[in-house]
Ligand binder design. Structure first.
Ligand SMILES: Cc1ncc(COP(=O)(O)O)c(C=O)c1O
Length: 451
């Protein structure tokens, strides 16, 4: 069974069939939708997929966090089939369908935002969820500004492009919405030289407070929006003491704290949501957005907040034709059931610990790894040319990724400098597959260093 198999390469990568489809791709669709790898999938199961030439790959990207539960899951297939046989679509503005309500009830139980009475709305993508989180925060506070961070990634709608840090994702797309103010994200590895962790956190908190003087008065700020672990930005976890300080600032000035759990959600962090760690530390967010693994690959995303916040949104300003599609909701209900039953968060911790141990041993051996960091099974390895100067090493990262894919392991880069390799392996991976992936990764690293 593909689900339990190991990587196996039987042609060159890409093989002849994949090459032909990639050539057609170049003609049929815009090149601006990046083709990162010449991989053409035939079928997928668990953490593995087979391409059209019969090559078998272990996928450590998983749709950038979409496939925590794997490529296919028989229970999800059944749930999707059963719902499809009843109806594909019902627009909540016109016809109420119960799948939406059931899923909203579940989300209101499991999402760790502040408040006892919560409500959830559904949209279709991570960007839409983030954009709606901002709309909701503005409606509640009646304020025009938001604060976001360097290195943030929130999507590709006009609002979320403007919220995203890296301008390569927004080239030539302006003018952008006003009222978006950017502050330094707490990056402990790249904090000013010689600073202790405590001093670095104090430094980043001061930078945040300075925004109220320099760019937007505190009483004009609706929300502070951040990822619990920056994804695109380089897998940088927000230190808990910094999050506590953000919560205090939000409480002081009546600002809403919004966590973007599009990538960190659904077991990845070692909790169902990373915001659970924040709640446990007394700094739960007011609004949380999530997407990616929510419905196992069916398009769906969600925004959850306490009812008092949701009640402030004017009728007609949120929602949309496909939002909360019944087939997607049926799939998501099954995802939650499986994740809780099989304790996916605990598995993420197990996977994360194993991988972290390995990555740290390479840091000692090879002298090109500056930092190994993350939360649960969302890990980043930062490659540098010099451990002292921390000069980024994106060339090596590209070589490792190319070498690994040729051996059947799919990896992906991240970070402002493109010098971080992300670890987002599906949480349904077997121990044997995980070991094999680590073996291929190390072989690729050694091969590239010995060139
Ligand atoms: C943290 C975060 N927010 C938002 C998005 C945007 O999600 P989507 O591509 O579904 O619009 C992403 C996508 O990678 C993400 O990682």
């Amino acid at each position: 069974m593909l689900r339990n198999s190991l990587p196996k390469i039987v042609t060159s990568v890409p093989g002849p069939k994949a090459t032909e489809i990639i050539e057609r791709r170049a003609k049929a669709m815009p090149g601006a939708i990046k083709c990162g790898y010449p991989l053409v999938i035939e079928r997928g199961e668990g953490a593995m997929f087979e391409d059209v030439d019969g090559n078998v790959f272990l996928d450590w990207v998983g749709g950038v966090g979409v496939l925590n539960i794997g490529y296919t899951n028989s229970e999800l297939v059944e749930a999707v089939k059963a719902q499809s046989e009843k109806y594909f679509h019902a627009m909540m503005n016109i016809t109420t369908h119960e799948q939406y309500i059931k899923l909203a009830e579940v989300m209101n139980e499991i999402v760790p935002v502040k408040g006892n009475v919560k409500q959830t709305m559904f949209v279709n993508s991570g960007a839409e969820a983030d954009e709606n989180a901002v709309k909701i925060a503005k409606s509640f506070t009646k304020r025009p500004n938001i604060i976001v961070f360097n290195g943030a990634f929130h999507g590709r709608t006009q609002m979320t492009m403007a919220m995203t840090g890296k301008k390569a994702y927004a080239l030539g797309m302006g003018p952008f919405p006003d009222g978006i103010h950017r502050v330094e994200f707490p990056n402990l590895y790249r904090a000013p030289k010689g600073m202790s962790e405590d001093d670095a956190i104090a430094y980043y908190v001061e930078k945040l407070e300075h925004a109220f003087i320099e760019s937007a008065p505190a009483d004009s700020v609706a929300a502070i929006v951040f990822e619990p672990v920056q994804g695109e930005g380089g897998f940088i976890p927000a230190p808990i003491e910094w999050v506590k300080a953000v919560r205090t600032i939000c409480d002081k000035y009546g600002i809403l704290m919004v966590t973007d759990e599009v990538q960190t959600g659904w077991g990845r962090s070692g909790r169902l949501f990373a915001s659970e760690y924040f709640k446990e530390a007394g700094c739960a967010p007011d609004i949380m957005s999530t997407a990616k693994s929510i419905a196992g690959g069916m398009p769906l995303s969600a925004v959850t907040a306490r009812k008092e916040i949701m009640d402030a949104v004017p009728v007609g300003t949120i929602g949309g034709t496909y939002c909360g599609n019944p087939v997607s909701c049926a799939s998501a209900l099954k995802v939650v059931e499986i994740m809780l039953r099989e304790n996916y968060p605990a598995r993420a911790l197990e996977i994360g610990e194993k991988a972290t141990r390995k990555f740290k041993s390479w840091a000692d051996k090879y002298g090109v790894i500056g930092d190994v960091r993350g939360m649960g099974a969302m890990l980043g390895v930062e490659f540098v040319k010099n451990l002292e100067t921390k000069e980024p090493y994106p060339e090596l990262v590209n070589e490792i990724i190319n070498a690994a894919v040729k051996k059947g392991l799919v990896l992906e880069a991240a970070g402002t400098y493109g010098n971080v390799i992300r670890f987002l392996c599906p949480l349904c991976v077997t121990d044997e597959q995980l070991e094999k992936g680590l073996e291929i990764y190390e072989e690729s690293l050694k091969e590239c260093l010995n060139k």
